[in-house]
Design a protein around this ligand. Structure first.
Ligand code: R5P
Length: 291
């Protein structure tokens, strides 16, 4: 307890100055509770309103993917360069240093492996474990139009309810099956449904035509998913187009950890996302950093 001796009377109430109000840089987040806004600020940089999230949760259905053979060796050295990490709790607990300052987005749905129907997911993590770990958000796959659409929507809404109890935001991921087209019409439908059902962030694929409409129609931040490995310049170009169309950043996996120079690629992606670097300039940043 503070020493009570010699206390000075409080005088500086500034009665003419209204109490400070804060508006939040994250789209749609101004009416959320303080803890949720705080966690969103740990994922999305409040200075730029954007994020570079490094996704390496692939093992939850694919096992050891190329580039993720040893997460402690391949990914842990990159964590300091990412705004946020997206991974499973198993990868985090075993292979990522607890002293990381990156935001943490933990995969919370799963079930089937690549040997089965991937859309047949359930929730795969309780919210109290996300709290225990110190997660800033949990991620759930939503299969709009898929065979198990309703269950995946229920996975989302169950986590959203638990997330409100704990103050932890939910990242809803639009899962695109082989039979579904990744066009603006579909992505606009899926992202909007996920946001309206309560996700505070949505992750979706980029589409060449109409991506700005997908973003505009979604009342929460849209983060671009990376997808299969592309040549570095192509991946940087796609990221640039997405953020210029309004995306709040990227959540990229294979295009970073399967690059011949993952740290250099992460640096170049940061330049595109946070500094609006031209893709060609960012590619030069990649080449320089790689050499
Ligand atoms: C998809 O929803 C999962 O989170 C993926 O594991 C992750 O998004 C894949 O990242 P990328 O497609 O950039 O390798």
């Amino acid at each position: 307890m503070a020493d009570l001796e010699g206390n000075l009377d409080a005088k500086k109430y500034a009665p003419q100055t209204p109490l400070a109000t804060f508006s939040h840089a994250v789209r749609g987040a101004s009416n959320l509770d303080w803890g949720m806004q705080h966690r969103l600020s740990r994922i999305i940089n409040p200075e730029t309103g954007r994020t570079v999230m490094l996704a390496f949760d692939h093992g939850y259905f694919q096992g050891p993917t190329r580039g993720l053979e040893r997460i402690d060796l391949n990914i842990a050295p990159l964590e300091a360069h990412a705004d946020a990490l997206m991974c499973t709790r198993g990868a985090l607990r075993t292979s990522i240093p607890p002293a990381t300052s990156a935001g943490l987005v933990l995969r919370a749905s799963g079930g089937p492996s690549i040997l089965k129907d991937l859309s047949d997911e359930h929730t795969a993590m309780a919210m109290n474990d996300a709290v225990r770990i110190g997660a800033d958000a949990v991620a759930v796959q939503v299969f709009i139009g898929g065979e198990h659409e309703s269950r995946s929507v229920q996975n989302l809404t169950t986590l959203v309810d638990a997330g409100y109890d704990a103050g932890i935001p939910v990242l809803g991921v639009t899962a695109v099956g082989k039979e579904l087209t990744r066009d603006a019409r579909y992505l606009g439908l899926a992202t909007r449904i996920i946001a309206e059902l309560g996700a505070q962030i949505v992750k979706t694929y980029y589409c060449d035509e109409g991506f700005e409409d997908v973003v505009a129609g979604c009342p929460v931040p849209v983060i671009m998913a990376g997808g299969k490995k592309l040549p570095e310049l192509d991946a940087l170009t796609m990221a640039s187009r997405a953020v210029r169309a309004g995306a709040a950043g990227v959540d990229m996996g294979r295009n970073i950890f399967q690059s011949a120079q993952p740290a250099a690629m992460l640096t170049a992606v940061r330049a595109v996302v946070h500094d609006d670097a031209d893709p060609q300039d960012a590619y030069e940043i990649f080449r320089e950093a790689a050499s």
